[in-house]
Design a protein around this ligand. Structure first.
Ligand code: NAD
Ligand code: TYD
Length: 330
C-alpha cells in the first residue's frame, strides 16, 4: 500500500501514520505537511527513522508541487486543515485558504495523478447544532462557524469530483477526538494542562454543551476500514455511543488530577456556539467497525499522558500559544 497522508504532523494524522506502520508491514507512507503552528514533527519522533516513512514540508495549496509529489502514489488521506473554531472566528481567511482551496488543489492533483482512493477527513461540525436524535449521513449541512463552513464546502467539492470526474472519494465525518499529541488550544488538552499548571479552566457559557468524544485510535481504525471497504462517493460517520457535557468533562479532569472544582471558571460563551453534536454511525458499523476503547479508560490514559509528557506540551504553550491565550482570556 502506497499512501500519502496530508497533515500528518498534526494530532489525528500523526496517530494514523503510526497506526498504518504498525498494522501494515509492507506500507509506504509519504507525510506532506506545511507545519503550521498546529503541526509538530516531534509527534512522529518514534517512527521518523522507519524506512517505510518519509516527510516533505509542503503546502497543500501549492497545486503544481502537489501534483509532482502525488505522482506514483495510490491513496491520499487528507487531514491537513485549519481546525480550531475559535481561530476561525477571528481569522476566517486561513480556513477558506487551506480547508477549501487546499482541498480543491488536492482534488485536482489527485485526479491528474489517477489516485485510486481519496479520503477526505471531515467533521460532525458541518451539520451545526443537533437539537435531538442522532443524525444520519444524508442530513442537510448547516454549519455555524467559518471552520465548519469551510469543511462543508470541501466535502461538497470532493463529492463533486466523484460525480463529475469519477475520482474515487470517500468522506469520513467523526465527532470530537481526544488523545495524546492534541494541540493544547483544544478543550481537553487545554483543561488538562491548565489544571497541571494550577490555572483556571475556561468553561464557555454554562458548560452545558454536549460532544461525543471519540478516542483518536478508534478514529484511525475507522479510516482504515473505509480505506479497505468504503464505497466511492459515500459519507461515513464515526462516533462513540454517548455524549458528555463540557462541565462533566472538566470535572473528570479535575478529579483525575486531584484538583478542586474551584479551578473551573465560567467565561464568555463562544459566538455561534453549537449546543450539541450527535451522529448516528450505523453505516460504518455495518462495515464491521466498533470502538475498541471505553471512554473512561482512554480518557484516564490521556490525562496520564499529558501528566507524563510535559516536555511535549510546555514548548507549545510557551510559543505563539501564549499570545493566542492572552487574546482569548486576557
Ligand atoms: P491539527 O490542527 O492537529 O493538524 C492539522 C495539520 O494540518 C497540522 O499538522 C498542520 O501543520 C497541517 N496543515 C495545515 N494547513 C496546511 C496546509 N495548507 N498544507 C499542509 N498542511 C497543513 O488537526 P487535527 O485535530 O489532527 O484534525 C485533522 C483533521 O480531522 C482535520 O481535517 C479536522 O477537520 C478533522 N477532524 C478533527 C477532529 C478533532 O476533534 N480534532 C474531529 C473531527 C474531524
Ligand atoms: P473544541 O475542543 O474547540 O472543539 P469543537 O469546538 O470542535 O467542539 O471545544 C469543545 C467544546 O469545549 C466546545 O463546546 C467548546 C468548549 N470549550 C470551552 O468550554 N472552553 C475552551 O477553552 C475551549 C477551547 C472549548
Amino acid at each position: 500500500m502506497k499512501i500519502v497522508v496530508t497533515g500528518g504532523a498534526g494530532f489525528i494524522g500523526s496517530h494514523f501514520i503510526r497506526y498504518l506502520l504498525k498494522k501494515y508491514p509492507d506500507c509506504q507512507i509519504l507525510n506532506i505537511d506545511r507545519l503550521t503552528y498546529a503541526g509538530n514533527i516531534h509527534n512522529l519522533d518514534d517512527v521518523s527513522s522507519d524506512r517505510r516513512y518519509c516527510f516533505v514540508q509542503e503546502d497543500i495549496c501549492h497545486q503544481k508541487e502537489m501534483t509532482t509529489l502525488l505522482r506514483d502514489w495510490d491513496i491520499l488521506v487528507n487531514f491537513a486543515a485549519e481546525t480550531h473554531v475559535d481561530r476561525s472566528l477571528v481569522n476566517p481567511e486561513a480556513f477558506i485558504r487551506t480547508d477549501v482551496l487546499g482541498v480543491f488543489s488536492l482534488l485536482r492533483s489527485a485526479y491528474q495523478c489517477k489516485l485510486r482512493k481519496f479520503i477526505q477527513i471531515s467533521t460532525d461540525e458541518v451539520y451545526g447544532s443537533v437539537s435531538q436524535g442522532r443524525l444520519k449521513e444524508t442530513r442537510l449541512l448547516s454549519p455555524s462557524n467559518p471552520y465548519a463552513a469551510s469543511k462543508a464546502a470541501a466535502d461538497l467539492l470532493a463529492l463533486s469530483y466523484w460525480k463529475s470526474y469519477g475520482l474515487p472519494v470517500c468522506i469520513v465525518r467523526s465527532t470530537n477526538n481526544f488523545g495524546p499529541f492534541q494541540h493544547p488550544e483544544k478543550m481537553i488538552p487545554l483543561f488538562i494542562t491548565n489544571a497541571l499548571l494550577n490555572k483556571k479552566l475556561p468553561v464557555y457559557g454554562e458548560g452545558k454543551q454536549i460532544r461525543q468524544w471519540l478516542f483518536v485510535e478508534d478514529h484511525c481504525g475507522a479510516i482504515d476500514l473505509i480505506l479497505q471497504k468504503g464505497e466511492n462517493g459515500q459519507v461515513y460517520h464515526v462516533s462513540p455511543e454517548r455524549g458528555y457535557r463540557n462541565l462533566t468533562v472538566a470535572r473528570k479532569i479535575l478529579r483525575l488530577l486531584g484538583k478542586p472544582d474551584s479551578l473551573m471558571e465560567f467565561v464568555k460563551d463562544r459566538a455561534g456556539h453549537d449546543y450539541r453534536y450527535s451522529l448516528n454511525c450505523q453505516k460504518i458499523k455495518a462495515l464491521g467497525w466498533k470502538p475498541r476503547h471505553s471512554f473512561n479508560s482512554a480518557f484516564a490514559k490521556t490525562v496520564q499522558w499529558y501528566k507524563e509528557n510535559t516536555g511535549w506540551w510546555q514548548p507549545i504553550r510557551e510559543g505563539d500559544f501564549q499570545e493566542y491565550y492572552r487574546q482569548q482570556y486576557g
